[in-house]
Each structure stands twice: as C-alpha cells, then as structure tokens.
Design a protein around this ligand. Structure first.
Ligand code: URA
Ligand code: ZN
Length: 388
C-alpha cells in the first residue's frame, strides 16, 4: 500500500487514543484520579491520570501542577483526522485511553459499568462511521470483580452491532486480580470465540516507592513511570498470564502488547531460564500438577502481536526477533497519540511519529517490503481492515 501521489507508504496506526465526550464528563465529576481539574494560573484544564501524580495533587506546584493539559487532541475527532493527514496515516484503530472504566469497578453494582461502556463504544462506532475506511476501534469492556459475565452482552454486540470494532483494549488489572485470575477465563473464552483480539495496555506503572523520593516530588516529571513503569507493568501482566497457562487454555486468543511488549522481547529468555531452574515448578510438573505446554517463544510466535511503539531501531529489531522467524509479520505501527505532544509552540510534526517511523525505516530499510508490512500491511491483515 503506497500513496500514488507521494509514493510514501500508507501508515496504519493501531495505538492511538481518544477520550469521547461521555468519558470526559465522567472525569470532570471526579475528585480522585483519574480526574480533570483546573489549576489557578493555567488556562487549560488538566488531565490527571497516573498514580505517580497522586502525591502532587494535594499540594500542587503553582508553576507545574500535576497532569497534562487537556487539549483538543484528546477529545476532538477533527484533531485526530488532522493529525493523521499531517503524518500520512491512512487508517487509525482508535482506543479509549487509560484507565478505561477501571475506577467504576469498585461500584457495588456490576451492571453500573454496562451503560458507560456501551455508550463509549457507541461513541467510537459513530466516530468511525463518520470517516469510512479511515477509522476502526478497540472497544472497552465493563470488567467488574463481582461479575465477569456482565461483559457478555457487550462482547456479543461488538461483533454484531459495532461494524468498526476490531478487538478490545484492556488494562493489566483484569477483573482486579490480574490476567492470571481464573475468573478471567470467562472473558478470554468470549473473546477467543468471537475472534476479538485483546490490546493489552498499561496504566498503573510501578509503585511510587520504586522510583524514590525525588521522583515523588515530581522532579523527574513523568519520565520514570512512563519510560520504565509502564513497560514493566505490561511485562509482568503478560508473564503472569503465560505462567498461569492461559495461553494454553485459549490457544486462539490473540493478544497485542503495547509498547513492543514492554520489556518482554529482552527478558523472554530469562523467563524461560527461570522456569527451567525453578524447583517448585519442576516438582509440580513431575507430580503431574500442571505444566506450561509451550515456551514463551512459541506463544510470542503464535498468539502475541507487538506494536512498534518503541521509538528506536534496537528495540524494534528485538521485538521482531522475539516474535520468531516470521516476526516481521507480527509487528504493527503505532503512535500513542495524543500522548507525548510537541512541547514548543508552532512545532507541528509529532516526535512520536518521527521516531517510530525512523526506527522502522532504519531498522528495515526505507521503502522495503518489511517496512511497509510493519507500517501498515500487517495491521490490515491481522485486524481485517479494508485496504486504503
Ligand atoms: N501513554 C498512554 O497511553 N497513557 C498515558 O497515561 C501516558 C502515555
Ligand atoms: Zn497508549
């Protein structure tokens, strides 16, 4: 797929978020994170999402309040389309950004999640139908610890009613106890049956304590939690899912990992080694009480897909290699828009797009078949999108 006028490859962005209107309303009504709040002296309301920002909320610095400016890039479909046009992105697979509806899962009534989830998915479906051929979406699920089956009607309607839905975005928490929770089996079964891939995305990072006092005071901005906490969170979640045997139980379930799999490509061999040298697991296997059937590499080569949001050639190549002999068929380009906007006034090109496309072009050769696959063709095949 190449644009006949510019001769540039058409790009498909599978990692690109929005907060539709009903979600913004929800956040505006809250006083614990995630929330939207205005701070004196700052014209734009701020979006405060991250657990690492909680200590800053009670005593906000007047010059650097917590969160990030809530610009129209987060909320406006026109802004999304303008961003796509500017960066030669033909198709975007939109998703609600973190933390989805997880803050409602403490409500005593599981069905209270249904209405907001349904509304958000309808909002995404409507957005997609306004730009035929250019937009698809990953839906949101009403996951509640008390009732896994409350997701059922929504999953069913995703396939039947939401023409543009190509999977679901979920966090690492699942129903509250992670993705190795036996109660997640109902959810995985539904998604496998309906062939709806999971886009697994981090939100919580690592406990603040890991990063130390200076980070807690905000001295390093969001760098440690976003650069290190997020990828580690994804790695832990998918490793637990693997160790619990979920991939063996649901061998047709597809999982797309955000940010090139976090650190999984780098750590997969270490995970394998730790399994092989673990006395407890060894004993369990000998006693016939559970064995992981396939190596983590086999799972990476068959059920896991990685996005290419890694910002550099080294990580990109690792992600491809970790995904097997035909690993180059399993990576899909993404931008993480609208996060990481340019910070200088008048800067129009987004560094996230430039860094991620350069990683692909340098790593695979600009204009090569492989580069075109990662930039768009893989997503078209894997997510069953219409060719531009
Ligand atoms: N990227 C995301 O998707 N979410 C964040 O909160 C920050 C960066
Ligand atoms: Zn993201």
């Amino acid at each position: 797929i190449t644009d006949p006028q510019t001769n540039k490859p058409n790009i498909v962005d599978i990692h690109t978020h929005m907060y539709p209107a009903s979600y913004i309303k929800l956040l505006e009504s809250r006083n614990t994170i995630p929330l939207i709040r205005s701070f004196p002296g700052h014209p734009e309301p701020r979006l405060v999402l991250l657990p690492s920002e909680v200590p800053l909320l009670s005593n906000p610095s007047p010059s650097h309040p917590p969160g990030r400016p809530l610009t129209e890039a987060y909320t406006s479909l026109d802004a999304k389309i303008a961003f796509m046009d500017k960066h030669n992105i033909s198709i975007s697979v939109l998703s609600l950004a973190n933390p989805w509806l997880e803050f409602l899962s403490t409500s005593p009534d599981p069905s209270s999640l249904l209405e907001p989830a349904l509304r958000i998915n309808v909002e995404f479906e409507v957005m997609c139908s306004q730009h035929p051929g250019r937009l698809y979406f990953f839906g949101v699920l009403p996951l509640h610890p008390e009732n896994t089956l409350c997701a059922l009607p929504l999953v069913l309607s995703m396939k039947m009613k939401f023409k543009h839905c190509r999977g679901v975005i979920i966090g690492t928490n699942g129903l509250g106890k992670g993705l190795d929770d036996p109660d997640m089996e109902d959810v995985f079964e539904m998604l496998e049956e309906d062939d709806l891939p999971i886009f697994l995305h981090p939100h919580y990072g690592l406990p603040n304590q890991v990063f130390g006092e200076r980070a807690e005071k905000g001295e390093y901005g969001h760098v440690l939690s976003l650069a290190l906490g997020f990828p580690m969170e994804t790695t832990v979640a998918v490793s637990r899912m693997y160790l619990s045997g979920m991939f063996d139980k649901f061998p047709k379930l597809k999982v797309i990992l955000a940010h090139g799999g976090g650190t999984l490509p780098f750590l997969a061999a270490r995970i394998e080694s730790c399994i092989r040298h673990d006395g407890y697991l060894h004993k369990k296997e000998k006693e016939g009480r559970g064995k992981i059937k396939r190596s983590i590499w086999e799972v990476l080569n068959s059920q896991v897909y990685l996005d290419a949001v890694v910002y550099g050639e080294v990580g990109l190549k690792a992600a491809i290699q970790a995904s097997g002999e035909r690993g180059v068929e399993r990576l899909m380009f993404g931008t993480d828009h609208p996060f990481f906007p340019p910070l200088e006034e008048g800067e129009e090109e987004w560094g996230s797009v430039v860094m991620n496309t350069e990683a692909v072009n340098k790593g695979l050769g600009e204009g090569s078949k492989e580069a075109r696959m990662v930039l768009g063709e893989n997503a078209i095949k894997i997510l069953n999108l219409e060719k531009p």
